[in-house]
Design a protein around this ligand. Structure first.
Ligand SMILES: [Zn+2]
Ligand SMILES: [Zn+2]
Length: 96
């Protein structure tokens, strides 16, 4: 049986932005992301991707380190660009 992960990355590669938001909503939903973004900025967290240091604010999202999106503790939240976010979720890339 194909895992959801395989299905997810296929959609990401074949269809653009609209579907991507759907996939990431498994972990981070848009509304919640905006809330957490302001929380991080309020706490003086630098607005760059934790992995590649990209600072293009158009592609930065808030990621939950423990993958539990109910845990909105500041220590559990990091900024990632869409690229690195995808790698963390689908290719088991570790955040240092
Ligand atoms: Zn990145
Ligand atoms: Zn995430």
């Amino acid at each position: 049986m194909n895992s959801i992960k395989d299905l997810g990355s296929k959609i990401v590669y074949n269809v653009k932005n609209a579907r991507m938001i759907e996939i990431y909503s498994n972990c981070e939903n848009v509304e919640e992301n905006i809330k957490n973004k302001s929380l991080l900025l309020k706490n003086k967290v630098i607005y760059v991707c934790k992995i590649c240091k990209c600072d293009d604010t158009r592609v930065l999202v808030v990621h939950h380190l423990d993958k539990n999106h109910k845990n909105n503790n500041i220590d559990n939240l990091v900024f990632l660009c869409h690229n690195c976010h995808h790698l963390v979720h689908h290719h088991k890339v570790k955040i240092k």
